[in-house]
Structures are given as structure tokens and as C-alpha cells.
Design a protein around this ligand. Structure first.
Ligand code: AHR
Length: 505
């Protein structure tokens, strides 16, 4: 144990319930962008490809992550997408100029193929409709095509396309990042609010069981944030169930202490959007609570420069291929911890994205599928972070970074799974040089023993994985003890930790 160095304490108690974790916070995202679809999940010539051309090795890794929901088909892509191009006989589908990413969209994969793939990997789909170049009509037709059983024009067309049973897609995004100047068909808040409301209203008439996500700001740094939320929700509050949040972080200045504190910004973003939703709720005298769908989040900056050199109008170019290092994995862990601590309002979150494009899973053409560093905190949270999120009562030393003050070295979340009767403590030591001595009071969990302490740590914050070698991968930490209602452990400097307790140790 450390001498008189860095020390923190944490109390875990069954009574301090924040909320039941909605498993959909472990969602992800596949956009028709770069090598996510073409050359990612879909590579017909690959040795592991199934009859539809989907790679089996990629499916296996997605299944390992146990992703409950996947957003599709965009992203910026959706704002110029004609969904009708992606259904029916593949050989008759048009090739289109794809304007969001300036590629060619061959439409070999469309709604029905993707739904088949999602079923195979055990995920629900969060479908986005185009409110950039299109509107009410295209959205209600797509919903009728997907969810209506039959006996109407669009539902019978689906049946003619070989899909007898409706897809029953529950969650629908009303457009994507409509506040962004880069968005095809960008709108003012008032324009978007009206269109989203009318689209949502028509969609609910087609299928009253759906859930709708109103488009929030593209990031907390947008000049129109949070006015965008206030104005759009005035229109969409009654028709929508969630408002979306998007946020990506980077470490361009190479200031790792500041970078690891970025989840403080995330925390502030969530609090501000929650407050704005509650302001509209009060204004409308509404009884309904608006929930948050963090449907795009990740680290994204490594690939920015190389992306400017990409040749336009090709199919599946290597766009947004961030090669993640160890410190990126730590921030991903910290962002997941933040979602868990806001389990009462954040009900969905999609790590953007899933394969090749700013992704935990990478593929080589004709070769291997492999795990980036960020795969691991995502895997651990998805596997062990289901149940009740408990409020950690923390006493931790703090530091000041470039953009944040009072940053606790210990970042943590606690999940109690009633089914398995297991308690999991997720903990990050943000200190870059010193180990942190942690004492957890778990007296409320009598008879629990240590199952394992998983640690993700590397001496080099910039270490990366490759197709050939997993330099950054989890290992079992030693020295952690659970005795007389207390867990005592030493968290390595710059580390992600998963401490699991249960009765059946
Ligand atoms: O995830 C990559 C892009 O980031 C998405 O297409 C867009 O919605 C966001 O700006």
C-alpha cells in the first residue's frame, strides 16, 4: 500500500440509488461513412462473410460488446439519404453522390440488410429519418415500410422485398445535428422545431408505440447551445421522449491532465440540458419528463488531418479512422462513468461509432478484425454496468487543470446488479504519476467477497493496439482485499479499474 501519498475513500450503499441503468447507454452507431459499412461490417469477399456479405469476425466482436441498440444510418449521411434507394433488388439500386462525406453510395446495404445484421448481433436499431433534404412524407413512409404489418402500399412493398414480418423499430431520431452549418439542409431552431414536431406527429399516427428523439445541439461548444434546446423543445416537447446530445473530445494540445478532466465538461453539458428540459417542462406545466439520448460520443481528433487528403467520390474510403491510444481509453471510461452517475436522465448513449470509423473495432481488408484500446472500458461497462446505479460518496484529493478546477483524481461509479447479486465499482485514477490508495466502505454489502479486480493500465499514455498486437489490454490486478466490510486497493497511476464483489466469489 502507498505510504502517506494519494488517498481516497468511497462509500457504496444499497440505499443510495440514482436509478436503474437503462442498458441502452451501452449503444453504438453505424453510419454509411468511410469503412463502417463497406469494408467494415460488410465485405462480401471476406473469408468469414455470411450469405448477405456481412463479416462473421466483426459480428463476433460486436456480440462480445453486447451492444443493446445501434443508431443507423447516420449521422450527417442521413440528411441527404433517400431511404427508398436502399430497398428492393440490390442490382436495381442507384449509385448516388453522397454529399455529407463526398463519397459514392452504392446502396448495396440498406434498411432490410442492416436490420438482418442487427438481429444477428442481438441489437435493437435506433433509426434516424432525413429532416435535411426531406421531411414528413419520407419519414412516415419509411415508418410504414418498417413497422406496419401489411395491406398498405409501403408495408406490402416490404413484403414484396422478402420481409414478411414488420421490423417493429421502436426508437426513431428526428434528423441529425440540424443546428450544424455542415449539415445538409441545416435549419434554424424554429424551423427545425416545427418540422420535427409535424414529422413526429405524423409518425405517431402511423405507429403510436414508437419513441422519438428530438435533435439537440451538435456539441456544448455550439454558439446556439442551449438556446437551440430551449427553442426546439418548445415545439417538440409533447411529441418527443428524448433530446439528443453529441460530444467528442480531443487532446490536440497534448495536455493529458486536462484531457482526462474533459468528463467534467460532459457532466456540465448533461446538467445544462437537463435543466433546459425541466425549464420547458415547467413552462408548459407538463407532467412529462424529457430524457436524454447521448446518441454520439467519443474521442475524435487523431484522424482530422489525414481526412483532408481523402480523394472524393470513392466507395468506402478510410475516413475518420482514429487510432486510439491508452489515454483515450481512460477518457472513454470516465465518460461511461459520467453516464452511469446520470442514469436517472441519460437513458440512451451511442459510442460513435462501432467499426473502423472512430471505432472500438477495426478491420483489415481480407484480414483480421481487432480491438482498439477503447474497446475495453466499453466492454467492461456493458458487461458489468447493468443494474442499479448507486451514488458513490467520494472523498478524493483534487487537482487543477488548464480548463477545469477541483478535478477529483478518483472518478467512480457503482452498479449493483440485483439479479446476480454483484456489486461493481468502476474507478479511474486520473493522477498521471502516482498510485491512489483507495478504501471503499461496503459494509452495506455483508458477506460479499472480492470476485476480481480488472485493471487497464499502460506505462505509456500514448500506447496503441494494432492488428498484430494488443499492447493495451486488461489484466487482473493483485493486492486488492475485501475484509470486514472494506475494500482496500491501490489504483495504479493513470488506470481504469473494475472491482467486482459478490457472495459467490
Ligand atoms: O460520427 C461522425 C459524425 O459526427 C456524424 O456523422 C455527425 O452526426 C457528427 O458530426
Amino acid at each position: 500500500m502507498a505510504s502517506d501519498k494519494l488517498r481516497a475513500t468511497l462509500i457504496a450503499d444499497k440505499s443510495f440509488v440514482i436509478a436503474e441503468v437503462d442498458k441502452r447507454i451501452y449503444g453504438s452507431f453505424i453510419e454509411h461513412l468511410g469503412r463502417a459499412v463497406y469494408g467494415g461490417i460488410y465485405e462480401p469477399g471476406h473469408a468469414t462473410a455470411d450469405s448477405l456479405g456481412f463479416r462473421g469476425d466483426v459480428k463476433a466482436l460486436v456480440k462480445e460488446l453486447d451492444v443493446p441498440i445501434i443508431r443507423y444510418p447516420g449521422g450527417n449521411f442521413v440528411s441527404g439519404y433517400n431511404w427508398e434507394d436502399g430497398v428492393g433488388p440490390v442490382e436495381q439500386r442507384p449509385r448516388r453522390l453522397e454529399l455529407a462525406w463526398r463519397t459514392i453510395e452504392p446502396n448495396e446495404v440498406g434498411t432490410n440488410e442492416f436490420m438482418e445484421w442487427a438481429k444477428d448481433v442481438g441489437s435493437e436499431v435506433m433509426m434516424a429519418v432525413n429532416l435535411g433534404t426531406r421531411g414528413v412524407d419520407a419519414a412516415r413512409n419509411l415508418l410504414e415500410y418498417c413497422n406496419h404489418p401489411g395491406g398498405t402500399y409501403w408495408s406490402d412493398l416490404r413484403r414484396q422485398h422478402g420481409v414478411a414480418q414488420p421490423h417493429k423499430i421502436k426508437t426513431w431520431c428526428l434528423g441529425n445535428e440540424m443546428d450544424g452549418p455542415w449539415q445538409i439542409g441545416q435549419k434554424t431552431a424554429a424551423e427545425y422545431g416545427r418540422l420535427a414536431y409535424e414529422t413526429g406527429k405524423a409518425m405517431r399516427l402511423v405507429d403510436p408505440d414508437i419513441e422519438l428523439v428530438s435533435c439537440g445541439s451538435s456539441s456544448s461548444a455550439m454558439p446556439t447551445f442551449p438556446e437551440w434546446e430551449a427553442v426546439t423543445l418548445e415545439h417538440t416537447y409533447d411529441v418527443a421522449d428524448y433530446v439528443s446530445l453529441h460530444q467528442y473530445y480531443g487532446n490536440r494540445d497534448n495536455d493529458s491532465a486536462n484531457f482526462l478532466a474533459r468528463s467534467m465538461d460532459l457532466e456540465h453539458f448533461i446538467r445544462t440540458v437537463t435543466a433546459t428540459c425541466d425549464y420547458i417542462k415547467a413552462k408548459k406545466r407538463s407532467k412529462k419528463t424529457m430524457y436524454l439520448s447521448f446518441d454520439e460520443w467519443n474521442v475524435w481528433y487523431h484522424s482530422n488531418e489525414s481526412d483532408t487528403k481523402i480523394e472524393p467520390w470513392t466507395i468506402g474510403p478510410a475516413q475518420l479512422e482514429d487510432h486510439y491510444n491508452f489515454e483515450d481509453a481512460l477518457l472513454i471510461g470516465s465518460m461511461l462513468i459520467t453516464f452511469l452517475r446520470h442514469a436517472d436522465r441519460v437513458k440512451m448513449a451511442c459510442l460513435a461509432q462501432l467499426v473502423n470509423v472512430i471505432a472500438p473495432i477495426m478491420t483489415e481488408a481480407g484480414g483480421a478484425a481487432w480491438k482498439q484500446t477503447i474497446f475495453y472500458p466499453y466492454l467492461h461497462a456493458s458487461t458489468y454496468g447493468r443494474g442499479l446505479s448507486l451514488q458513490p460518496i467520494v472523498n478524493s484529493p483534487k487537482y487543477d487543470a488548464q480548463d477545469y478546477t477541483d478535478v477529483p483524481y478518483l472518478d467512480s461509479a457503482i452498479v449493483y446488479n440485483q439479479e446476480s447479486d454483484e456489486l461493481t465499482i468502476f474507478a479511474i485514477n486520473r493522477h498521471l504519476e502516482e498510485a491512489l490508495e483507495l478504501k471503499c466502505d461496503v459494509r452495506g454489502f455483508e458477506g460479499y467477497r472480492l470476485i476480481e479486480h480488472i485493471e487497464l493500465h499502460h506505462d505509456d499514455l500514448k500506447a496503441v493496439n494494432t492488428a498484430q498486437e494488443q499492447h493495451v489490454k486488461p489484466r487482473q490486478a493483485s493486492g486488492t482485499e475485501c475484509k470486514d466490510g472494506f475494500v482496500e486497493t491501490l489504483l495504479s497511476e493513470a488506470s481504469w479499474n473494475v472491482i467486482r464483489l459478490g457472495k459467490k466469489a
